[in-house]
Ligand binder design. Structure first.
Ligand code: CP
Ligand code: NVA
Length: 330
Protein backbone atom coordinates (compact mmCIF):
# COMPACT_ATOMS: atom_id res chain seq x y z
CA UNK A 1 0.00 0.00 0.00
CA UNK A 2 1.31 3.45 -0.91
CA UNK A 3 2.29 5.65 2.04
CA UNK A 4 -0.21 8.43 2.74
CA UNK A 5 0.58 10.80 5.60
CA UNK A 6 -2.04 13.46 4.82
CA UNK A 7 -3.53 15.00 7.94
CA UNK A 8 -1.02 13.29 10.28
CA UNK A 9 0.88 15.09 13.02
CA UNK A 10 4.63 14.56 13.38
CA UNK A 11 5.22 14.43 17.14
CA UNK A 12 7.73 11.59 17.48
CA UNK A 13 9.21 8.92 15.20
CA UNK A 14 7.57 6.37 17.50
CA UNK A 15 4.22 7.19 15.83
CA UNK A 16 5.54 6.22 12.38
CA UNK A 17 6.37 2.93 10.68
CA UNK A 18 9.79 2.34 9.13
CA UNK A 19 8.15 2.60 5.72
CA UNK A 20 6.63 6.00 6.55
CA UNK A 21 9.94 7.34 7.88
CA UNK A 22 11.70 6.06 4.76
CA UNK A 23 9.06 7.79 2.61
CA UNK A 24 9.79 11.14 4.32
CA UNK A 25 13.55 10.77 3.80
CA UNK A 26 13.16 9.85 0.12
CA UNK A 27 10.76 12.77 -0.39
CA UNK A 28 13.35 15.09 1.21
CA UNK A 29 16.06 13.79 -1.15
CA UNK A 30 13.76 14.48 -4.09
CA UNK A 31 12.87 17.99 -2.85
CA UNK A 32 16.58 18.71 -2.37
CA UNK A 33 17.37 17.68 -5.94
CA UNK A 34 14.55 19.83 -7.26
CA UNK A 35 15.60 22.87 -5.24
CA UNK A 36 19.14 22.52 -6.58
CA UNK A 37 17.63 22.75 -10.06
CA UNK A 38 15.66 25.84 -9.06
CA UNK A 39 12.36 23.95 -8.94
CA UNK A 40 10.02 24.55 -6.00
CA UNK A 41 6.45 23.30 -5.69
CA UNK A 42 3.11 24.82 -4.87
CA UNK A 43 1.83 22.04 -2.68
CA UNK A 44 1.12 24.35 0.29
CA UNK A 45 -0.46 27.15 -1.76
CA UNK A 46 -3.35 28.75 0.12
CA UNK A 47 -2.28 27.20 3.43
CA UNK A 48 -1.43 29.15 6.58
CA UNK A 49 1.24 27.71 8.84
CA UNK A 50 1.92 28.75 12.44
CA UNK A 51 5.38 28.48 14.00
CA UNK A 52 5.44 28.61 17.81
CA UNK A 53 8.89 28.88 19.38
CA UNK A 54 9.04 28.94 23.18
CA UNK A 55 12.79 28.19 22.88
CA UNK A 56 15.25 29.82 20.50
CA UNK A 57 16.21 28.38 17.10
CA UNK A 58 18.26 29.04 14.00
CA UNK A 59 17.95 25.95 11.78
CA UNK A 60 14.50 24.69 12.73
CA UNK A 61 12.80 28.05 12.43
CA UNK A 62 14.53 28.83 9.13
CA UNK A 63 13.68 25.39 7.75
CA UNK A 64 9.98 25.61 8.59
CA UNK A 65 9.74 29.17 7.37
CA UNK A 66 11.63 28.72 4.10
CA UNK A 67 10.18 25.26 3.49
CA UNK A 68 6.60 26.53 3.89
CA UNK A 69 7.12 29.68 1.83
CA UNK A 70 8.87 27.82 -0.98
CA UNK A 71 5.82 25.57 -1.26
CA UNK A 72 3.48 28.56 -1.35
CA UNK A 73 2.24 28.81 2.26
CA UNK A 74 1.80 31.89 4.42
CA UNK A 75 3.70 31.76 7.74
CA UNK A 76 3.07 33.37 11.16
CA UNK A 77 5.84 33.27 13.77
CA UNK A 78 5.09 33.41 17.49
CA UNK A 79 8.19 33.74 19.67
CA UNK A 80 8.61 33.37 23.42
CA UNK A 81 6.28 35.75 25.28
CA UNK A 82 4.76 37.25 22.14
CA UNK A 83 1.27 35.74 22.43
CA UNK A 84 -1.21 34.64 25.10
CA UNK A 85 -0.23 31.00 24.47
CA UNK A 86 0.28 28.98 27.64
CA UNK A 87 0.36 32.00 29.95
CA UNK A 88 -2.88 33.97 29.73
CA UNK A 89 -4.58 31.25 27.67
CA UNK A 90 -4.40 27.51 28.20
CA UNK A 91 -2.73 25.28 25.62
CA UNK A 92 -6.13 23.66 24.99
CA UNK A 93 -7.96 26.96 24.31
CA UNK A 94 -5.10 28.35 22.22
CA UNK A 95 -5.00 25.12 20.19
CA UNK A 96 -8.72 25.37 19.46
CA UNK A 97 -8.23 28.95 18.25
CA UNK A 98 -5.14 28.11 16.16
CA UNK A 99 -7.03 25.22 14.56
CA UNK A 100 -9.62 27.70 13.22
CA UNK A 101 -6.92 29.94 11.70
CA UNK A 102 -4.12 27.66 10.57
CA UNK A 103 -3.78 24.53 8.46
CA UNK A 104 -0.61 23.32 10.21
CA UNK A 105 1.31 24.19 13.40
CA UNK A 106 4.96 23.77 14.36
CA UNK A 107 5.81 23.81 18.07
CA UNK A 108 9.19 24.09 19.82
CA UNK A 109 9.18 24.25 23.59
CA UNK A 110 9.34 22.28 26.77
CA UNK A 111 6.88 19.47 27.53
CA UNK A 112 6.11 16.74 25.00
CA UNK A 113 2.55 16.91 26.37
CA UNK A 114 2.19 20.45 25.02
CA UNK A 115 2.87 19.36 21.45
CA UNK A 116 0.54 16.39 21.96
CA UNK A 117 -2.22 18.67 23.30
CA UNK A 118 -1.77 21.09 20.41
CA UNK A 119 -2.38 18.19 18.04
CA UNK A 120 -5.30 16.87 20.08
CA UNK A 121 -7.20 20.14 20.37
CA UNK A 122 -6.30 22.00 17.16
CA UNK A 123 -7.45 19.26 14.79
CA UNK A 124 -4.73 20.14 12.25
CA UNK A 125 -1.29 18.56 11.65
CA UNK A 126 1.19 19.58 14.36
CA UNK A 127 4.96 19.18 13.89
CA UNK A 128 7.40 18.79 16.78
CA UNK A 129 10.25 21.27 16.35
CA UNK A 130 11.92 20.05 19.60
CA UNK A 131 10.72 19.39 23.12
CA UNK A 132 12.56 18.41 26.29
CA UNK A 133 12.06 14.77 25.27
CA UNK A 134 12.35 14.55 21.51
CA UNK A 135 13.63 16.17 18.31
CA UNK A 136 12.23 14.00 15.52
CA UNK A 137 12.79 16.29 12.52
CA UNK A 138 16.51 16.38 13.37
CA UNK A 139 16.78 12.60 13.01
CA UNK A 140 15.32 12.70 9.50
CA UNK A 141 18.05 15.13 8.50
CA UNK A 142 20.75 13.13 10.27
CA UNK A 143 19.79 9.89 8.54
CA UNK A 144 19.59 11.61 5.17
CA UNK A 145 23.08 13.04 5.74
CA UNK A 146 24.48 9.66 6.79
CA UNK A 147 23.04 8.03 3.67
CA UNK A 148 24.47 10.75 1.44
CA UNK A 149 27.93 10.27 2.94
CA UNK A 150 28.25 6.55 3.69
CA UNK A 151 28.27 3.82 1.10
CA UNK A 152 26.50 1.15 3.11
CA UNK A 153 22.89 0.29 3.91
CA UNK A 154 21.47 1.93 7.02
CA UNK A 155 20.81 -1.50 8.57
CA UNK A 156 24.63 -1.99 8.72
CA UNK A 157 25.39 1.42 10.20
CA UNK A 158 26.44 1.97 13.82
CA UNK A 159 25.79 5.39 15.36
CA UNK A 160 27.30 6.35 18.72
CA UNK A 161 25.87 9.34 20.56
CA UNK A 162 28.33 10.72 23.11
CA UNK A 163 27.67 13.01 26.08
CA UNK A 164 24.32 13.84 27.65
CA UNK A 165 22.62 10.52 27.02
CA UNK A 166 19.34 11.48 28.66
CA UNK A 167 18.55 14.45 26.47
CA UNK A 168 16.08 15.00 23.65
CA UNK A 169 18.62 14.23 20.91
CA UNK A 170 19.73 10.93 22.41
CA UNK A 171 16.12 9.83 22.89
CA UNK A 172 15.22 10.87 19.34
CA UNK A 173 18.14 8.72 18.11
CA UNK A 174 16.91 5.75 20.14
CA UNK A 175 13.47 6.10 18.57
CA UNK A 176 14.98 6.38 15.08
CA UNK A 177 17.24 3.36 15.56
CA UNK A 178 14.46 1.25 17.07
CA UNK A 179 12.13 2.00 14.16
CA UNK A 180 14.63 1.74 11.30
CA UNK A 181 16.69 -1.14 12.67
CA UNK A 182 20.31 -0.02 12.95
CA UNK A 183 22.95 -0.17 15.69
CA UNK A 184 22.90 2.67 18.20
CA UNK A 185 24.98 3.19 21.32
CA UNK A 186 24.65 6.00 23.86
CA UNK A 187 28.07 6.60 25.42
CA UNK A 188 27.95 8.77 28.52
CA UNK A 189 28.14 8.76 32.31
CA UNK A 190 25.94 6.37 34.27
CA UNK A 191 24.72 9.31 36.37
CA UNK A 192 22.99 10.63 33.25
CA UNK A 193 21.39 7.27 32.44
CA UNK A 194 18.58 7.30 29.87
CA UNK A 195 15.17 7.14 31.52
CA UNK A 196 13.85 3.64 32.10
CA UNK A 197 10.53 4.68 30.56
CA UNK A 198 12.30 5.53 27.29
CA UNK A 199 14.27 2.27 27.32
CA UNK A 200 11.12 0.27 28.03
CA UNK A 201 9.51 1.97 25.06
CA UNK A 202 12.35 1.37 22.61
CA UNK A 203 13.51 -2.16 23.43
CA UNK A 204 10.43 -4.04 22.13
CA UNK A 205 10.40 -1.94 18.94
CA UNK A 206 14.15 -2.55 18.49
CA UNK A 207 13.65 -6.27 18.91
CA UNK A 208 11.08 -6.29 16.12
CA UNK A 209 13.21 -4.20 13.72
CA UNK A 210 16.53 -5.89 14.47
CA UNK A 211 18.06 -2.74 15.99
CA UNK A 212 20.73 -3.10 18.64
CA UNK A 213 20.48 -0.35 21.26
CA UNK A 214 23.06 -0.11 24.01
CA UNK A 215 24.18 2.49 26.51
CA UNK A 216 26.85 2.99 29.15
CA UNK A 217 30.22 4.50 29.96
CA UNK A 218 32.39 1.72 28.50
CA UNK A 219 34.55 3.10 25.68
CA UNK A 220 34.19 -0.25 23.91
CA UNK A 221 30.83 1.14 22.75
CA UNK A 222 32.80 3.35 20.35
CA UNK A 223 34.30 0.38 18.51
CA UNK A 224 33.09 -0.05 14.96
CA UNK A 225 31.17 3.23 14.87
CA UNK A 226 30.35 4.65 11.44
CA UNK A 227 29.04 7.86 12.99
CA UNK A 228 30.06 9.75 16.10
CA UNK A 229 27.38 12.19 17.22
CA UNK A 230 27.30 14.70 20.01
CA UNK A 231 25.19 17.59 21.29
CA UNK A 232 25.71 20.43 23.74
CA UNK A 233 26.11 19.31 27.34
CA UNK A 234 23.43 21.59 28.81
CA UNK A 235 20.34 21.77 26.66
CA UNK A 236 18.15 24.86 26.38
CA UNK A 237 16.65 25.61 29.78
CA UNK A 238 19.44 23.75 31.63
CA UNK A 239 22.10 26.47 31.62
CA UNK A 240 22.25 26.37 35.45
CA UNK A 241 23.64 22.85 35.18
CA UNK A 242 26.78 23.90 33.28
CA UNK A 243 29.28 23.47 36.16
CA UNK A 244 28.03 19.97 36.97
CA UNK A 245 27.80 18.95 33.30
CA UNK A 246 31.34 20.11 32.49
CA UNK A 247 32.62 17.89 35.28
CA UNK A 248 30.55 14.89 34.21
CA UNK A 249 30.89 15.19 30.44
CA UNK A 250 34.44 16.41 29.79
CA UNK A 251 35.66 12.78 29.48
CA UNK A 252 33.15 12.32 26.64
CA UNK A 253 34.31 15.33 24.62
CA UNK A 254 34.83 14.52 20.94
CA UNK A 255 38.54 14.71 20.16
CA UNK A 256 40.73 13.00 17.54
CA UNK A 257 41.64 10.49 20.26
CA UNK A 258 37.99 9.60 20.89
CA UNK A 259 37.39 9.34 17.12
CA UNK A 260 40.33 6.93 16.84
CA UNK A 261 38.71 4.60 19.40
CA UNK A 262 36.10 3.75 16.75
CA UNK A 263 38.87 1.93 14.86
CA UNK A 264 37.31 3.46 11.76
CA UNK A 265 39.32 6.26 10.12
CA UNK A 266 36.27 7.10 7.98
CA UNK A 267 33.83 7.51 10.88
CA UNK A 268 31.69 10.57 10.22
CA UNK A 269 31.18 13.33 12.77
CA UNK A 270 27.67 14.73 13.12
CA UNK A 271 26.19 17.32 15.48
CA UNK A 272 22.68 18.77 15.47
CA UNK A 273 24.17 22.23 16.09
CA UNK A 274 24.54 24.76 17.62
CA UNK A 275 27.95 23.51 18.83
CA UNK A 276 30.62 24.76 21.17
CA UNK A 277 33.93 24.02 19.45
CA UNK A 278 35.85 27.26 20.04
CA UNK A 279 35.45 30.49 21.97
CA UNK A 280 33.67 32.42 19.22
CA UNK A 281 30.36 32.31 21.07
CA UNK A 282 29.46 34.58 23.98
CA UNK A 283 28.44 31.69 26.22
CA UNK A 284 31.58 29.59 25.68
CA UNK A 285 33.78 32.60 26.39
CA UNK A 286 31.83 33.73 29.41
CA UNK A 287 31.83 30.22 30.91
CA UNK A 288 35.55 29.74 30.22
CA UNK A 289 36.27 32.92 32.17
CA UNK A 290 34.26 31.41 35.04
CA UNK A 291 36.42 28.27 34.84
CA UNK A 292 34.15 26.03 32.75
CA UNK A 293 35.19 24.70 29.36
CA UNK A 294 31.88 23.82 27.73
CA UNK A 295 33.33 22.73 24.35
CA UNK A 296 31.80 19.32 23.63
CA UNK A 297 33.92 18.86 20.49
CA UNK A 298 37.42 19.93 19.55
CA UNK A 299 37.93 22.33 16.66
CA UNK A 300 40.04 19.67 14.95
CA UNK A 301 37.13 17.25 14.70
CA UNK A 302 34.41 19.84 14.13
CA UNK A 303 36.27 21.38 11.20
CA UNK A 304 38.01 18.19 10.12
CA UNK A 305 37.53 16.12 6.95
CA UNK A 306 35.06 13.66 8.55
CA UNK A 307 32.69 16.34 9.77
CA UNK A 308 29.46 16.69 7.79
CA UNK A 309 27.72 19.08 10.17
CA UNK A 310 26.88 21.72 7.56
CA UNK A 311 25.44 19.17 5.10
CA UNK A 312 23.39 17.99 8.07
CA UNK A 313 22.25 21.55 8.83
CA UNK A 314 21.19 22.09 5.21
CA UNK A 315 19.24 18.84 5.20
CA UNK A 316 17.05 20.21 7.99
CA UNK A 317 15.39 22.35 5.32
CA UNK A 318 14.70 19.51 2.90
CA UNK A 319 13.47 17.08 5.56
CA UNK A 320 11.24 19.62 7.32
CA UNK A 321 9.81 20.66 3.96
CA UNK A 322 9.12 16.97 3.28
CA UNK A 323 7.25 16.62 6.58
CA UNK A 324 5.02 19.61 5.75
CA UNK A 325 4.45 18.54 2.13
CA UNK A 326 3.62 14.94 3.15
CA UNK A 327 1.20 15.85 5.93
CA UNK A 328 -0.37 19.02 4.56
CA UNK A 329 0.46 19.30 0.86
CA UNK A 330 -1.94 18.85 -2.04
N1 CP B 1 19.52 21.60 15.42
C1 CP B 1 18.60 22.53 15.71
O1 CP B 1 17.45 22.22 16.08
O2 CP B 1 19.02 23.81 15.56
P1 CP B 1 18.28 25.12 16.02
O3 CP B 1 18.19 25.08 17.53
O4 CP B 1 19.08 26.24 15.51
O5 CP B 1 16.87 25.09 15.44
N1 NVA C 1 19.72 19.15 23.19
C1 NVA C 1 19.71 20.45 22.55
C2 NVA C 1 19.38 20.33 21.11
C3 NVA C 1 19.46 21.60 20.34
C4 NVA C 1 19.09 21.43 18.89
C5 NVA C 1 18.73 21.36 23.28
O1 NVA C 1 17.61 20.92 23.57
O2 NVA C 1 19.08 22.50 23.56
Amino acid sequence: MAVNLKGRSFLTLMDFSAEEIRYLIELAKDLKKKRQQGITGKSLAGKSVLLIFEKTSTRTRSSFEIGAVEEGAHVTFIGPGSSQFGKKESVCDSAKVFGRFYHGIEYRGYAQKTVEDLAKYSGVPVWNGLTDDDHPTQILSDIMTIEENLRKPLSEVKVVFCGDIRNNMCYAWMYGAAKLGFKFAAYGPKSLAPSQAVLDRVYPVAKASGAVIEWGDDEKLLEGADVIYTDIWSSMGEEDLIPERVKLLSPFKITPELMSKTGNPNALFLHCLPAFHNFDTGLAKEQYELGYDIREVSEEVFSGPNSVVFDEAENRLHTIKAVMVATLGE
